[in-house]
Design a protein around this ligand. Sequence first.
Ligand code: SF4
Length: 250
Amino acid sequence: MLKQERYRHFVDYFSKNQPNAVTELHYGSPFQLLIAVILSAQCTDKRINQVTPALFERFPTPESLAAATSDEVFTYIRSVSYPNNKAKHLVGMANMLVDVFKGEVPSDIDQLQKMPGVGRKTANVIASVVYDAPAIAVDTHVFRVANRIGLTTNARTPLAVEKQLVEYLLKETLAIAHHWLILHGRYICIARSPKCDICPLTWFCKYYARTHTETYLLKAEAAKEKKSNADKKKKALDKISKELKKRSKS
Ligand code: SF4
């Protein structure tokens, strides 16, 4: 199947089935979304949504957050991953928002990336979600799912994935495709063992085609049997060695 065809099937399916996909992070303003996305690095949206209500209430504006100490911010976000660094980043980001951007979250991806804690992924999320810019953020789910489906070829870095998605998707589809890929990766095409048995994309997914050929399945079965035999052998040897130890003591 040609790559273009895969893209067409991908967009067709999700346009029909998830036409209103949005981020699962809770926020009420660009400033709050920026905070939530910075916090969400290597952490779940569920966890972030648990800590942000109190954080947003205590620091409702860039000025209030800029005036805080990272120690105080830490107390609100201690349950997320890397709370020390993230607390420092949030205070640094708020200071820059106040000093350089007059309290307004910038729309430009390069300017966004000047702020502490804001990498290309975060900048792309803000640009596309808040400002409707034709950008797509590549996180671990987007990276994995795009590769598995076959929307990308030999893309070894998030930037390479981003470039290929931008090349093949229509500008107006980029922002929502980010959510499609994330949600699919979070609930179906999960990292360790994708739920291909319930996935509606099998008929055009490259990974599925590769892992469901007769040869692949035979090899997988043989590997499973080999492992099971090795496990049995190990158990038997352990039993013998225990028995020998017992006898030598008596
Ligand atoms: S078929 Fe499997 S690998 Fe392909 S997208 Fe679906 S869950 Fe992921």
